[in-house]
Design a protein around this ligand. Structure first.
Ligand SMILES: [Zn+2]
Length: 407
């Protein structure tokens, strides 16, 4: 896959097939044959067929790009990854944290896989060492949003995500995270889902008052809150406390879906980290009872995903890439297939994977329209008819960056 960076002081004329926005809105007519004009890292105009456009600075170098036959779509965005883990071997990944050269190699490989799958931005769920934050400062693409480490109660689930924060230290820790450049706050509201007992999830870690204090502290510093909430109890607590996204939400109730819709809180149902266990012999893929539990958990999550759009719940796509069996990049397309199995339309899936993700990450990358940043991918065929070609991307385009990060 080729990643092309626009240069701010050049004009670009891109001949494309279709140009579509993922809520089904066609930027330049349904028929193929559109031209996209880029100047100063932004989309300057979109024309159809023989319409003429003149750049405001025609004196600048003009670059022509031929993408005829391809469709231009907003970038895919993974709203939940863990760059500190590889999704292959948890213990080996943790060991790598102490070997900078090996860690670098692994992170570079993961970022390459992510880009190859058309994902141009990821939101990290945190790690104790702030490894995703380190990667963010070093690599241009994909764009990385990092919470540094996650907030969790000491002596509860999630030791690899954050060292544990006592409630009386909260304000200092939030100040520290903000100083380190955190893009959002990640909070572990509950334990994890069981693959052995259906409907079992680790306990809720916070009281309403404690969680509300975290949300208030984060918002006060201009940071959104990403809440790991695996049970319905954790989801309803997170909604009440006013978090900004709910992650996982296995076994969430109809009432919780209604609450998410009412408060416009996006839901990241992360089905693939559960579904992937069917192929994992250590967590139950080979045990008949465990298989049954995993299959039933997936089935229930898909049923709730099916209900979500009708109730007005905003869905993003988050893979928990790095979790057992979930590879960076590839897991995203597996998650999209699961959304398809849940009965969502291609248009609903694409909107979750692009525009909704962009909004969740506070990026204005969700639309292909004049005035928007020049960030997009080029894909064969029409993804509104068939999502499969999204897996085999040809090109990605990003606004140029003047910093000296690696590309
Ligand atoms: Zn996670």
């Amino acid at each position: 896959m080729n990643v092309m960076y626009f240069e701010k002081d050049k004009n670009y004329k891109i001949h494309a097939g279709r140009i579509i926005n993922c809520d089904g809105f066609f930027a330049a007519g349904r028929a193929p044959g559109s031209t996209l004009y880029v100047a100063e890292n932004r989309i300057a105009a979109i024309t159809h067929r023989n319409e003429v456009y003149r750049f405001s600075r025609p004196d600048r170098t003009a670059v022509e790009v031929d993408l005829a036959g391809l469709t231009i779509v907003p970038p895919l965005i993974d709203c939940h990854v863990h760059l500190a883990l590889d999704g292959i071997d948890f213990t080996a990944a943790l060991k790598r944290w102490d070997n900078q050269a090996e860690l670098d190699r692994s992170i570079q490989e993961q970022l390459r896989d992510t880009l190859d799958c058309g994902i141009l931005a990821v939101r990290d769920g945190g790690d104790r060492r702030g490894i995703a934050r380190q990667a963010k400062s070093r690599y241009n693409a994909p764009l990385i949003k990092s919470p540094v480490h996650a907030l969790r109660k000491p002596k509860t689930y999630g030791a690899f995500l954050g060292q544990g924060t006592k409630q009386q230290e909260l304000e200092n820790v939030l100040d520290h995270l903000a100083t380190l450049g955190a893009d959002h706050v990640k909070v572990i509201v509950s334990g994890v889902v069981s693959f052995k007992e259906y409907g079992q999830v680790g306990p809720v870690q916070y009281t309403y008052e404690e969680l509300a204090q975290i949300v208030h502290g984060a918002h006060h510093r201009g940071l959104k809150v990403m809440a790991h909430a695996s049970s319905d109890e954790a989801v309803s607590l997170s909604i009440a406390a006013g978090v900004d996204t709910v992650e996982h939400g296995y076994f969430l109730s109809d009432d919780s879906l209604a609450g998410l819709a009412e408060k416009r809180i996006p839901w990241l149902p992360t089905v693939i980290p559960v579904a992937a266990q069917l192929r994992n012999p250590t967590t139950g893929g080979s045990d008949r009872h465990n298989r049954y539990v995993i299959e039933k958990t997936v089935e229930r999550q898909l049923a709730m995903i099916n209900k979500a759009p009708g109730l007005g719940v905003v869905l993003g796509v988050g893979t928990d890439a790095g979790a057992g069996g979930v590879r960076h990049g590839y897991g995203f397309h597996q998650e999209l297939e699961l959304y398809k199995n849940a009965g969502l339309s291609n248009s609903q899936i694409l909107q979750s994977a692009t525009l909704n993700g962009a909004n969740i990450l506070n990026l204005d990358w969700g639309r292909i329209e004049p005035g928007y940043p020049a960030a997009f991918i080029a894909v064969a065929g029409n993804p509104l008819d068939n999502l499969a070609p999204l897996k085999h991307l040809k090109y990605a385009f990003l606004p140029g960056d003047s910093t000296s990060k690696q590309q």
